[in-house]
Every structure is written in structure tokens, then in C-alpha cells.
Design a protein around this ligand. Sequence first.
Ligand code: ZN
Ligand code: ZN
Ligand code: ZN
Ligand code: ZN
Ligand code: ZN
Ligand code: ZN
Ligand code: ZN
Length: 431
Amino acid sequence: MPEPYQFQIFRCKGFCPVCVGIDTSQTVKILKEIYPDLDSEKAIMGSLVFCIHHKQGCKWSDELRKLKAHLNTCKHDAAACPNKCGSQIPRIMMTDHLQYTCTQRRAKCEFCNSEFSGQGLEEHAGTCSQEPIYCEAKCGVRVLRGRMSMHKNKDCAKRLRRCAHCQREFSADTLNLHGASCPRAPIPCPQRCDVAPIARADMEAHLRDECKALAVACTFKEAGCRFKGPRHLLESHLESNAAAHLSLMVALAGRQGQQIQMLKNAVAKLSTNYTGTLLWKITDWSAKMAEAKSKDGLELVSPPFFTSQYGYKLQASMFLNGNGPGEGTHVSVYIKVLPGEYDALLKWPFSHSITFTLFEQGVPNGQGGVAESFVPDPSWENFQRPSLEPDQLGFGFPRFISHELLNRRPFVKEDTVFLRVKVDPSKIVAV
Ligand SMILES: [Zn+2]
Ligand SMILES: [Zn+2]
Ligand SMILES: [Zn+2]
Ligand SMILES: [Zn+2]
Ligand SMILES: [Zn+2]
Ligand SMILES: [Zn+2]
Ligand SMILES: [Zn+2]
């Protein structure tokens, strides 16, 4: 059996049996030139051929004379679109074409049910007023396109609305919430006075300055006046109670005075020296010395200090121009025992050793100075338990340091002198 011929090579040149008809002599002549072994038209028409769409997958193969008839039904052969859109479409794709791509197809809009040509439907899509679409303001609602502008103006939860009180704009779904805090929204006075509703922001001032129903306390409340009443009565209360208020104030000042004294005592306690060592810094030395020289018996006293928290209370004193045997030539220093809070529990007479040291200042290689110590003798009057009205003199050194030595060595620097008074319970005299 001979291999079938393939005629599709002629199709596009205008003279194949399909295009121009199989019985023209011209065709036969050409075919003879190409296929010299075909000698008669009958033989040609009887030769075996494939369908011209063989390469597209058509399996048909038969005598050439039957090709034209086959092509009328070959599903790979193109046919004119029955809608007369002008397209030539392979039969196998015609259904698709008619349904989806033919510009002359008839199609219904799924939303409004109107009929359109294919092209018309494409133009209609995206504008159909019956199509439900999501609100552009993102309120989450789906609305028919034709009703969207009404929705946006009337129903949309995200449409902007103006607060009637403060004129600011809010989305409709937050306006109510805003109303509960709008500073311009009028609210009634919480004290139920007869004033008309007041803007929320002004209420505080109303209650403070105007409200007639709010009971206010008398301005002398802190002093003890118990008056409380409507604001408009306060003024007459103040006028008719001036004397009473004044005496309340006097009593208050008295109480405060006591409190201040207590506080002073507490502060003094906090700054009290409980170490048993006093470092006494005496400033303005030259002025004090000059004063001492002009006034007989002028005694300079130190701040009191304690030997321990519950110990003896002591105070140093100094006669800059001396007293007794040192008068006029020496500086005298003394210590005395003052009455203290815990004297009842302490051992008497006081018997700790005392050391006075006057420091040289700015001396290289350590502090130089003058030091004197003593251990109280149990028989000395000065160290018995002091009475509450101490009048006894201190004990100490009338000739502690001479004015001459004081001026020769650097005891006074920047018009300041340092005297240390050290109490030592071990009784051993330390220098
Ligand atoms: Zn075919
Ligand atoms: Zn068509
Ligand atoms: Zn429509
Ligand atoms: Zn909306
Ligand atoms: Zn508002
Ligand atoms: Zn009010
Ligand atoms: Zn009052």
C-alpha cells in the first residue's frame, strides 16, 4: 500500500484541490509536475492522502476525492462563525468561541439579567448597577453599585458626621462615643443647682466659682471653723464671724508654735554630736579676741556634745583673753558637765579623762599643736551630777596657751582656730 500524500502544502497557494476544486486541469497539471508518477486524473483522485490537518492531529486518511467531503466535517478545519462575527474558527474550538470570545455572541449579565453582545457585556461589566460591591469606605458592607452613593451618605458607619456641639468631624460609628466625652456637650450640674446645662469643659469652673447648690467650707476651716454651706452664704458668714475667726487663728498660731518647737528639738537631736569628741571650729577669731580684751570675763561656749547617745552631756568653753591666772596673757579652756536626759542612769562623779588639743594649721608632716589632759578627781565638785540650773564653773586650764605662742606658731589661719576636746572613758591620760 503506498504512503498517502499530504496536500496541505498546496493549501495556501491557491490551487490545492480543497481551495480551487479538484477537477480543474490546472491542478492536475501541477500535481503531475510534482508527482510525475501520477499519470491520470483518475489515478490522482484515487491516490491515498492524509487530511490537511494531519499535523494538528486529524487521523483521517483516504482517497483524494473524498478529502473535500471530509474537510466539511473535520473538527480541525476552520469554519466561519455562525454569529457572523467574521472569525474563521476551527470547529473543535467553535463552542468556546461562541460562548466566550465571539464579539457577536449573546450573553446575559448575571446581576441585572440584561442581554448583551459579547463586546457589550465586556463594556457593561464594572458598571452594572445591580452588582453588589464592597463599600469603598471599608465599613464592611456590600451594597448594589447603584445604591452606593445613597449608602455612603445615609447608612455607612464610616461616613463623616459633624458633632453638633464641638463641630469636629467623626465617623458615624464613633460619634456616639465622642458624645460621652465631648468637651462642648452640655451636661446638667451634678449639684442640681438651677443653672441650665453647661458645656462639660466649663463644669469645673462652674462648681468652683458659681454653683449655688454646692456646699463650700469656710475659708477658716483649717483654723477650726466648721461652717459649710452654699457659696452665696459664705460671704455673710465671714462678715459676721470675724472675731471668732480671729481667735481661731490665734489658737492655731499657738499650736503651730508648739509644733515648730518640737520640730526644732527633733532637728537639734539629729545634729547632736554623740561621739565623745568635739572638734570646735572658732571663726572670726580676731574680732572675738578683740571683744574679749575689751570685756572682762567674756566666755565663748561650744555647742554641747555627748560622750555617747545616752551618755554625759558636756560643753567646752574658752576665755580668749584668759581668766584667773591666765588673764590678759593666755587663752583659758574649760569643760563642764551639763544636765543631760540620762543623768539618773549614769555613774557619778564623772570620771573620764579629758584632753584639749589646739591644732597648728598647715604644718607639713602632721599636725603640731598644744595639748593638755586631766582625769577628774572624784572629790571635785565640778564633776558631781549637775543640778538642772548649772552655775558651777567648768574645769580646765587657765593658762592653756599664751598669746605669745598663739601668735608665733600657725594656730590661727584664715581667722579660724580649731580646738579638739576628747573624752576618754579609759581614764588613761593621752596627749
Ligand atoms: Zn481532517
Ligand atoms: Zn463569532
Ligand atoms: Zn448587569
Ligand atoms: Zn459603607
Ligand atoms: Zn463634640
Ligand atoms: Zn451648679
Ligand atoms: Zn467660718
